[in-house]
Design a protein around this ligand. Structure first.
Ligand code: ZN
Length: 479
């Protein structure tokens, strides 16, 4: 092997899927994660927000594409294709927790590049979004195979881990051979185990050591082959985890009210008047009159659907509801805390967000807020129950593929009791802090405090010296 003395920087981005920032910090403090502790010494560990919905799949878009998921065509883990924009889908419905995982890359806006396109050679391992990776997309679909086999794996965490470790082994075989300038590796065990045993459980804490071991392995390979000098490693989470002990069945509730509901797995429904797409499972999209191929804004739906919205608001499982009044105004409703509008003006870097309570203060922002930029909008939400609510709701709710009513579950609840056979004690998907906040570990100094996972992509490009005039939802923390 020749020594790589050109000073080329290479980045390995490790996704600690479903790892909570507080649990990661505790494990670091306990000395259980030596490789990550060394990275932190050189840089820092930050708590940033993911994009809503806080669920694997959509929540990978920010750190692979630098955009919020709704902006690249992925509004949820499950969603309904009202516009019939997909070349193929059964009943126009997508569920990336099933076989549709194969469609993830193809469903994304083809005009928006991924990090793997922008920095080559590139390699992806166990990544929900892998489009453009030049040297392999190791373990594509493995999440689906594992999930399908969950009944078998339940109670046998070792079997799960062996499958994941086999994919990690293959990833590192290619990593050694290719020396990718950009590589990304997902470690999914902590998420799967969190659902079954809780995000703070001892078994999850042990699984986080697999993230540490992968980093150590990458560093060992680079050291053996003489290119450790340029190897940088960052770690990011995709969503949090929150205890759940109440499981609502929205599908049954809507049916009891006389609605004809199209929802997974019962996609054979004819003449549906509501398509219900719960994914997370602590969030859901309701598409009203799904036979209509263009979406309508709430003022034209209100006459017929306000009663459903009011009834939803009275349910204990509802945290907040959001509807689009037009392309730039989102109305947020809560049962107890009131109603407010979020107004977005301007586009791109000039975008501004205003918050106008109509009654109460549903987002706990302390009253009306005018014209905040992306930085200040994030700060305004940082001490409220909902992380980054202004930016997240204004991006998701009016987006072309979103439902007409977007629901974020109340704490302690998720929304898909009947067809989720796997017993689980922890959930995510909602806009609540403990589901939205994730760790970001950077192995070098930053010029400003990272806020969102969308900040990762522009920062990676700065780190690796790749010039671009692309527009991102995030901002570099290295500039
Ligand atoms: Zn999960």
């Amino acid at each position: 092997m020749t020594d790589d003395t050109t000073g080329t920087s290479r980045l390995l981005l490790v996704v600690a899927d479903g790892v909570r920032p507080d649990v990661l910090a505790e494990e670091l403090a306990q000395g259980n994660l030596p490789a990550m502790a060394r990275l932190r010494e050189k840089g820092g560990l930050y708590t940033v927000s993911t994009s809503f919905p806080s669920v694997t799949g959509p929540a990978y878009a920010p750190f692979v594409m630098g955009r919020h998921p709704a902006a690249v065509g992925m509004p949820g883990l499950r969603w309904f294709d009202r516009a019939r924009s997909l070349r193929w889908s059964y009943a126009q419905a997508r569920s990336y927790s099933g076989i549709d995982i194969w469609h993830v890359d193809g469903d994304l806006d083809p005009a928006i590049p991924t990090l793997y396109d922008l920095v080559t050679p590139s390699l992806a391992g166990l990544m929900m979004i892998a489009r453009g990776a030049t040297h392999g997309r190791v373990g594509r679909g493995i999440g689906w195979s594992l999930r399908a086999g969950w009944a078998h794996f339940r109670g046998d965490a070792g079997a799960w881990r062996r499958v994941e470790q086999a994919a990690v082994h293959e990833f590192f075989r290619r990593f050694r051979r290719t020396r990718p300038l950009l590589s990304a590796l997902g470690i999914l065990g902590p998420d799967k185990l969190s659902h079954a045993f809780g995000g703070e459980s001892p078994i999850v804490r042990r699984a986080i050591r697999d993230v540490d071991a992968a980093i150590a392995q990458a560093q060992a390979i680079a050291a053996e082959d003489g290119w450790s000098e340029g190897l940088r490693v960052w770690v990011v989470g995709d969503h949090g985890h929150a205890p759940v002990d109440q499981h609502d069945d929205l599908h049954a509730w809507l049916s009891e009210r006389g609605h004809r509901v199209l929802a997974h797995p019962q996609l054979g429904r004819r003449d549906a008047d509501v398509a219900l797409m719960v994914g997370g499972n602590a969030m859901g999209h309701l598409y009203l009159d799904p036979a209509q191929t263009t979406r309508s804004w709430w003022p034209s739906l209100r006459m017929r659907w306000q009663r459903v919205l009011d009834a939803l608001l009275e349910r204990p499982s509802t945290g907040l509801l959001a509807v689009a009044m037009d392309s730039h105004t989102v109305r947020v409703f809560t049962g107890r805390d009131g109603v407010a509008d979020i107004i977005r003006t301007h586009e791109g870097r000039e975008a501004r967000w205003s918050y106008r309570p109509l009654e109460g203060d549903p987002l706990h922002l302390g009253g009306s807020l005018p014209h905040l930029d992306a930085h200040d909008a994030w700060l305004a939400g940082s001490s409220t129950p909902y992380a980054d609510a202004l930016v997240q709701l204004s991006t998701l709710v009016p987006s072309p593929r979103a439902g007409d009513i977007v629901l974020s579950a109340a704490a302690g609840w998720d929304l898909r009791a009947r067809f989720e056979p796997t017993p689980h004690v922890s959930t995510h998907g909602a806009l609540l802090n403990n589901q939205m906040l994730v760790p970001l570990l950077i192995d070098g100094p930053v010029t400003r405090i990272p806020q969102r996972t969308t900040d990762v992509v522009p920062s990676v490009l700065d780190l690796l010296g790749v010039p671009t005039d692309l527009l991102f939802d995030g901002r570099s923390f290295l500039r």
